[in-house]
Design a protein around this ligand. Structure first.
Ligand code: HEC
Length: 142
């Protein structure tokens, strides 16, 4: 996320400075911030638990199939394989493994990822997506 923000900032900078950008400008844009700490890759699982409770439990639970499939162990699981859940044809045939990146794509817009997807919900806030994914990653298969 942080990276894409930096990328957008760079694109914006190029747009603003247009043809006049010199190597000086590039140097300025690429100067690292005084804080050398690496950008966080994972979200905040504690906040993610709240997001899960508020946004997901209407249809999902960790250990039971409800409107949507059970979630325990979903990070690292092959898509469409929660035992006993009746998936859409597209998700059933997807064949990929749920990584944080794939989950981010799914939660942004399931139907953009898989046309026949039956999940009628989108989480538009990027930070909430990262946090709920971090939370799911802590809920490992037993
Ligand atoms: C309105 C009901 C609804 C809500 C709210 C909802 N989901 Fe879903 N979800 C579904 C359904 C239905 C499916 C199965 C989709 C299919 O078969 O195409 C699904 C599938 C999934 C899958 C795929 C799991 C697998 O086994 O492949 C993930 C991951 C997922 N949801 C995460 C979430 C998260 C995280 C939230 C909250 C931010 C959420 N969902 C909110 C209904 C919902």
């Amino acid at each position: 996320m942080r990276i894409s923000i930096i990328m957008s900032a760079m694109l914006l900078a190029f747009g603003v400075w247009g043809g006049v950008s010199s190597s000086q400008d590039l140097k300025f844009v690429e100067t690292p911030s005084p804080d050398p700490a690496p950008a966080p890759v994972m979200g905040d699982a504690v906040h993610g638990a709240e997001v899960y409770e508020a946004s997901c439990t209407g249809c999902h639970s960790l250990d039971a199939n409800r409107v949507g499939p059970a979630h325990r162990g979903v990070v690292g699981r092959i898509a469409g394989t929660a035992p006993g859940f009746n998936y859409s044809p597209g998700l059933k045939a997807a064949g990929f493994t749920w990584t944080p990146e794939k989950l981010d794509e799914w939660l942004t817009n399931p139907q953009a990822m898989i046309k026949s997807a039956r999940m009628g919900f989108r989480l538009s806030d990027a930070k909430s997506r990262a946090d709920v994914i971090a939370y799911l990653a802590t809920q490992k298969a037993q």
